[in-house]
Ligand binder design. Structure first.
Ligand SMILES: [Zn+2]
Length: 158
């Protein structure tokens, strides 16, 4: 009986410790869409990240802070103030719904036409083959790397 009590005690300590560790995620802990919880919001537009899973971006800063965005469009608004001290950027693979490094991403740029103005969206693929297929099937404009994708999104309407 005593052994069981000790066992239960140790188990609770373990559970408590893993819970508190769970609150402090690092970028490396974001692996798939399963690591996105309902309460995580986009820092720019305030929407829950889970609503826009295909385009989530996580920015890890040198000081360990994490910034989360629902899309490259939302990240692009803050990128000027982040870029000098950003250590890494993770992006969701639009095909496989798992995170990888944005520096390795092939972004398909797509024009979408809203009611009043033209909008640009960017979907990231680690494998350029899937990027090419998406571009062909959904009338993408071009495939670019991270910095160019940010520049296109931030450039004024043409
Ligand atoms: Zn957003």
């Amino acid at each position: 009986m005593k052994k069981l009590t000790i066992y239960i005690f140790l188990l609770s300590v373990f559970i408590l410790l893993s819970c508190s560790a769970g609150n402090k995620k690092t970028a490396g802990q974001f692996k798939t869409v399963n690591d996105i919880t309902d309460n995580m919001l986009c820092e720019s537009c305030g929407n829950p990240l889970i609503k826009n899973i295909s385009t989530i971006h996580i920015v890890q800063m040198e000081n360990g802070d994490l910034h989360k965005y629902c899309s490259l469009n939302c990240l692009a608004k803050d990128w000027n103030k982040l870029k000098d001290t950003a250590e890494d950027v993770l992006v969701m693979d639009a095909k496989f719904k798992r995170f990888f490094h944005a520096k390795d991403a092939h972004y398909v740029i797509r024009d979408t036409f809203g009611r009043s103005k033209k909008q640009v969206t960017a979907y990231a693929y680690e494998d350029v083959e899937y990027a090419r297929r998406f571009m062909k099937d959904f009338w993408g404009r071009e495939i670019v790397f991270f910095n160019d994708a940010i520049r296109i999104i931030n450039s004024p309407e043409e």
